[in-house]
Design a protein around this ligand. Structure first.
Ligand code: ATP
Length: 327
């Protein structure tokens, strides 16, 4: 299984690793051989359109359904050999919340503490702490059915944390939330990671993956169409360029006549050069600028945004083949 390196050169322990996960429902192949390697303490986003198989992947990794083929280890435990150990180490919040609307937020939390067999006093203490942490103290005694969508999600995550999981699966945590609640949820997720928790996130929102994830995998037709950091994914598709801006017209004209494959804008004294924005391409461009005596006032790198990547990778017009993977 692949490993990544920590700062001291030792391989980072994997929170989740999977090889060749497959799952079909009837004659519909939902997951067609998925490999994953998620270092502990990181945020991983599984991105895909409706029906891509994101929830199925979460259900398999959280032991709710079994894969037809493949192997996976979660928190160091083999999914098939030791599902109970996996369950103890993880927390899952799904699209369909575990919150019971008929009882209060506090009662929901206490129920969760009972399920985790916490002694009464510890259950109360954990409940109070978590309700405060998720800004729910004031609403604690109100029925959860009266909570806003954002409050319900916060309660859901608070309930998940009662068992002190090291890995949290968040299945579309911000679907249906307004922008403010979505930003609050992002902040909560960022804070979770600072405590060393690993977050496995599924989302349809590119911006969410871009904002939160250390690595992103794009799921399409049951396969991982591409995976990497947001920046690596953006470099996979054409459209990137380097923009050089000049203030001195003479310097601009010298550059415009010296460099090839450029798009020029004589009004704004800017030149665009196609580039994938990689370190190698930039180094070669800077060398070229040095040797030809070109000095721009500003050099900016423009890569396609994640929307471009998503549409390019999951559009209907591409074949069902896996795309290049960035590692
Ligand atoms: N228990 C099941 N029985 C039959 N088909 C299923 C079952 N669960 C999921 N599927 C099908 O598998 C496919 C993937 O579903 P899944 O819920 O994993 O997708 P998703 O990426 O999470 O989608 P969404 O973003 O809409 O939640 C869908 O076509 C779905 O209808």
């Amino acid at each position: 299984m692949p490993t990544s390196k920590q700062g001291d050169g030792r391989p980072a322990p994997a929170a989740v690793s999977a090889v060749g996960l497959r799952k079909s429902y009837g004659d519909k192949t939902v997951l067609d051989g998925i490999d994953l390697h998620i270092p502990a303490g990181s945020v991983f986003a599984l991105l895909g359109p409706n029906g891509a198989g994101k929830t199925t992947a979460v259900k398999i990794l959280s032991t709710l359904v079994t894969a037809d083929a493949g192997q996976a280890r979660v928190a160091g435990h083999d999914l098939t050999a030791d599902p109970q150990a996996v369950r103890t180490a993880i927390g899952v919040t799904g699209q369909f919340s575990a919150v019971d609307g008929l009882i209060t937020g506090e009662e929901n939390m206490l129920l969760m503490a009972d399920l985790h067999h916490l002694p009464k006093q510890e259950g109360r203490r954990t409940t109070t702490e978590l309700l405060a942490r998720f800004d729910l103290t004031e609403a604690a005694k109100k029925p959860a059915a009266t909570y806003s969508g954002g409050m319900k999600r916060r309660l859901d995550i608070a309930m998940t944390l009662v068992g002190d999981p090291r890995i949290i699966f968040l299945d579309e945590p911000t679907t249906g939330l307004d922008p403010r609640s979505r930003h609050n949820m992002w902040q909560i997720i960022r804070e979770l990671v600072t405590t060393g928790v690993t977050v496995f996130l599924t989302t349809q929102y590119l911006e969410e993956a871009d904002q939160l994830a250390d690595r992103i995998a794009v799921l399409h037709n049951g396969r991982i169409a591409a995976q990497g950091t947001a920046e690596e994914l953006k470099r996979l598709i054409p459209g990137g360029h380097v923009r050089l801006r000049f203030s001195d017209p003479a310097a601009y004209h010298h550059a415009a006549t010296t460099l090839r494959e450029i798009t020029r804008n004589d009004d704004t004294l800017t030149l665009h050069l196609p580039s994938d924005g990689s370190q190698r391409a930039l180094r070669s461009l800077l060398d070229r600028l040095d040797t030809t005596g070109i000095e721009a006032d500003e050099l900016t790198v423009h890569t396609p945004d994640l929307d471009d990547v998503f549409f390019a990778l999951t559009g209907p017009d591409i074949p069902d083949q896996p795309k290049e993977t960035v590692r």
